[in-house]
Design a protein. Structure first.
Length: 114
């Protein structure tokens, strides 16, 4: 995915991988160093760092380096934006389903009265 993709696209792309979602779950407890995060995964460190880069690029996490230790923390803003978008879409689809339900009830009633 391009770094110039809309921010919401970057968030959903970052959320698409189970390892990145697991990192977010871990960071929801509190900040963690790269080594603390990586020890839970059976993958090479360079591969794991790519996942952290994707999360960072989407704005879901931030990091701070102190000496040789880089610590990551969750940034809830982009996740809240994604949640808001999904709630909006859910509302649209619920309205469409209500309209379909109403239409089907009307059809059923007209068939029963015929």
């Amino acid at each position: 995915m391009s770094d110039r993709a809309p921010p919401l696209d970057q968030v959903f792309h970052a959320l698409a991988h189970p390892a990145r979602r697991a990192v977010l779950r871990r960071l929801s407890v509190g900040p963690a160093t790269v080594s603390e995060l990586a020890e839970a995964f059976d993958m090479a460190l360079p591969s794991f760092l790519q996942h952290l880069d994707r999360l960072s690029g989407s704005g879901l996490v931030t990091s701070r380096k102190k000496g040789r230790v880089r610590t990551y923390r969750l940034t809830p803003g982009p996740l809240a934006e994604a949640e808001s978008w999904m709630a909006e879409q859910r509302g649209v689809w619920e309205q469409r389903m209500d309209q379909l339900d109403s239409y089907l009830l009307t059809l059923r009633d007209s068939e029963e009265s015929s």
